[in-house]
Design a protein around this ligand. Structure first.
Ligand SMILES: NC(=O)c1ccc[n+]([C@@H]2O[C@H](COP(=O)([O-])OP(=O)(O)OC[C@H]3O[C@@H](n4cnc5c(N)ncnc54)[C@H](O)[C@@H]3O)[C@@H](O)[C@H]2O)c1
Length: 339
């Protein structure tokens, strides 16, 4: 299908969207927004979620009884399953991944299996099924670490952690599918996300839930590592813009949140939870810890009209409230993961 065909389908009353990893943190935020018709270009969309339900995937993140949602538990590496599921879908939005840097340091093989091999299997299946557009959800971590300035999309990839290297592999394979086979692929590279339903191993939900339980929080190294924090709803809107209006074969950075050192972020979380610095326990730095990430988002702003909407103070307040009010969601996850 041509790009015009994709756009025509996207603006027709019912579009069929295939979402991988849709039971995870960001994928489920995207699916909930689709089903709540938050994106005019996909109003009424029907959604198929394919998710393995690994440790971070959670059926409770999705409105599974919604008649517009079909949930399938399965692996993106299962080509027979993909062959049976994909026909009839207009687009794929590919979130499924192993996503935690610390886990990739302890064991990188699942990261290569899902992020690299799984993505290639999905790309092949999408091409066979004649899927109109493939949006690959990548990360700013593929660029490595930057002391000053910000990365544009043409910056060379120089990933450091096994997670980032596996995401760089999948990102380049998605672009290769465009260049080699003419597939309509768009890649998004986003900064650090926060918001509700994030698995409580990641820094913001880990710190918030520990503090809500009166437990200390582990701060890596000198706390000087800098990240650009973006609310998950802003990431998802950027993905939807890339899906609807991005040019085939292009990469779009998504960011524009707030750049903060881990120490400053910790200060904000302590304040939001009514705790003080006694609750911070310094720990040895993460191996190979990237010092700073910073994205230039001029391209997505100028071409697609993207701008983040959720300011950090408001986003952190609503996020802390969500974790305060949804203990039944995170307590079993933490105890199962030994966190
Ligand atoms: N969290 C961030 O800050 C961030 C920033 C930029 C990009 N990203 C990217 O966004 C995507 C989603 O990240 P997230 O934070 O929601 O992660 P997550 O770990 O919460 O969700 C990943 C989902 O993928 C599923 N999954 C894992 N392996 C699978 C497989 N083989 N087949 C099918 N499903 C599988 C899991 O069950 C889970 O539901 C990832 O591709 C990640 O690299 C994340």
């Amino acid at each position: 299908m041509t790009l015009d065909g994709v756009l025509e389908r996207l603006h027709s009353p019912v579009v069929q969207i295939f979402v991988t990893g849709g039971a995870g943190f960001i994928g489920s935020a995207y699916v909930r927004a689709l089903l709540q018709d938050e994106y005019a270009g996909a109003a009424g969309a029907k959604v198929t979620v394919l998710d393995l339900l690994s440790y971070s995937g959670n059926r409770a993140n999705l409105p599974v009884s919604d008649s517009r949602l079909r949930f399938v538990q399965g692996d993106i590496s299962d080509s027979d399953l993909l062959r049976s599921l994909l026909p009839g879908h207009d687009v794929i939005v590919h979130f499924a991944a192993e996503s935690h840097v610390d886990r990739s340091i302890s064991g990188a093989v699942p990261f290569v299996a899902t992020n690299v091999l799984g993505t290639q299997i999905l790309l092949d299946a999408a091409r066979s099924a004649g899927i109109g557009r493939f949006v690959h959800v990548s990360t700013d971590e593929v660029y490595g670490s930057i002391d000053t300035g910000s990365w544009t999309e043409s910056w060379p990839l120089a990933p450091n952690s096994p997670y980032a290297a596996s995401k760089a592999g999948s990102d380049l394979l998605a672009l290769a599918a465009h260049r080699t086979h003419g597939m309509d692929v768009v890649v998004t590279r986003c900064s650090n996300n926060y918001g509700p339903h994030q698995f409580p191993e990641k820094v913001i939900p880990l710190f918030v839930t520990n503090l809500l339980d009166g437990r200390k929080v582990p701060l890596y190294g000198d706390g000087g590592n800098v990240r650009d924090w973006l609310h998950v709803s802003d990431h998802c809107r950027g993905i939807q813009l890339a899906l609807e209006k991005g040019r085939p074969g292009e990469v779009y950075n998504i960011g524009g949140g707030t750049e903060l050192s881990n120490r400053d972020l910790t200060g904000l979380l302590l304040e939001a939870c009514g705790a003080d610095w006694d609750m911070v326990h310094p720990v040895a730095d993460r191996k190979g810890h990237d010092r700073r990430y910073s994205l230039d988002i001029t391209k997505i702003q100028d071409e697609l009209g993207y701008a983040p909407r959720v300011a950090l103070p408001e986003g952190l307040t609503t996020t802390v409230t969500w974790y305060r009010e949804n203990r039944q969601w995170w307590e079993p996850l933490k105890s199962r993961a030994g966190l």
